[in-house]
Design a protein around this ligand. Structure first.
Ligand code: DOR
Ligand code: ZN
Length: 349
């Protein structure tokens, strides 16, 4: 063994588990390394109220192997017609941990999302007063805005006005991808934080087109410039408590990715911790890995830090992950950055 580190068991503050046949095999990958995860509600149809949450949560718990301690932290998908009383009831009872705001049309299964955020300001104000955190897919869905500018546009035209209108609002700018986004989060008050994915720390927009079009590097928000990736790396590895891991691990079966019109989403649950350790070591910041994966998110969400620990070993040889996982008759391709990491998690203590 070249090196060993022991950290609090990580949490994933942004995860897609899906439903039906794919749920069990996908969940099996996350529970190896994660103790809790914020579960995205963009199913088809979406999870829009506490009744939907109750039954989806039950399906997740039923898909867990016996004896595994994993806590799905549930969210409600906001629509133009969301019911603030239902949301507040769900939050107060502990059934939900946050709500999810998708601008309608911004990404996968977001058609039922919010068409005009200003129209739901009154609802956001009420749920914010009750302390409910708002997870936001921070991209405009306007086709007229260049896809690489949609995050910056959203921050300027929607997020900033929203935060000025409702000063106490607690927001997670999810999967931040730009230097503009990182700088904005850093400069603002403690009610604003951001999640960062593993893949955005590793790929930039050139990787999507390296030698041909690479559907398994396509996700939303799309990877940006190298200067953006470097800003994300600095934010994630700095220990700054406003930034924490949300993998946005988003499985789609291969025929839906390798397609005339391939879906957005990168599946990274299996090897995220290995690649994060590699990235943090490259940045000479292994001491801050625990903050990013296991501390900062819990503090922002006012949740206890996990009692369990996880050990990561750096081996002399690179770790070979499978190319794909099987889901029924289909396969889901794993995030493969094109290099190997020597780091491996060795289970929970
Ligand atoms: O790449 C993405 N995939 N981004 C999202 O916002 C949604 C996700 C999915 O559900 O596949
Ligand atoms: Zn997502």
């Amino acid at each position: 063994m070249l090196k060993t580190i022991k950290i609090r068991k990580p949490d994933d503050w942004h995860l897609h588990l899906r439903d039906g046949e794919i749920l069990k095999p996908v969940l099996a990958e996350t529970i190896k390394d994660f103790r809790r995860a914020i579960i995205m509600p963009n199913l088809s149809p979406p999870i829009v109220n506490t009744r939907d949450v109750l039954s989806y949560r039950t399906r997740i718990l039923d898909a867990l192997p016996q004896g595994v301690t994993f806590e799905p932290l549930m969210t409600i998908y906001l629509t133009d017609n969301s019911d603030h009383k239902d949301i507040i009831k769900g939050y107060r009872s502990g059934l939900i941990s946050a709500v999810k705001l998708y601008p309608a049309g911004a990404t996968t299964n977001s058609e039922a999302g919010v068409t005009d955020i200003e129209k739901i300001f009154p609802l956001l104000e009420k749920i914010s007063n009750a302390g409910v955190p708002i997870c936001i897919h921070g991209e405009t869905s306007k086709d007229s805005i260049d896809i690489f500018d949609r995050e910056a546009f959203f921050i300027e035209k929607t997020l900033d006005p929203l935060r000025n209108k409702i000063p106490g609002i607690k927001i997670i700018l999810e999967h931040v991808t730009t230097k503009i986004g990182v700088d904005y989060v850093k400069a603002e008050n403690e009610n604003l934080a951001a999640t960062i994915t593993t893949h955005h720390l590793i790929i930039n927009r050139n990787h999507i087109f390296a030698g041909g079009i690479r559907p398994h590097f396509y996700c939303l928000p799309i990877a940006k410039r190298e200067s953006d990736r470097l800003a994300l790396r600095e934010a994630a590895t700095s220990g700054n408590e406003k930034f924490f891991l949300g993998t946005d691990s988003a499985p789609h079966i291969d025929p839906l990715k390798e397609n005339q019109c391939g879906c957005a989403g990168i599946f990274s649950a299996t090897n995220t911790m290995s690649y994060l350790a590699h990235v943090f070591e490259e940045e000479d910041a292994l001491k801050n890995l625990e903050k990013f994966t296991s501390i900062n998110g819990a503090i922002f969400y006012n949740m206890p830090i996990n009692k369990e620990f996880c050990v990561l070993n750096k081996h002399e040889h690179p770790i070979k992950f499978p190319d794909k996982i099987r889901v029924g008759k289909e396969f889901v391709t794993l995030f493969n950055p094109g290099f190997l990491s020597n780091w491996c998690t060795e289970g929970t203590i």
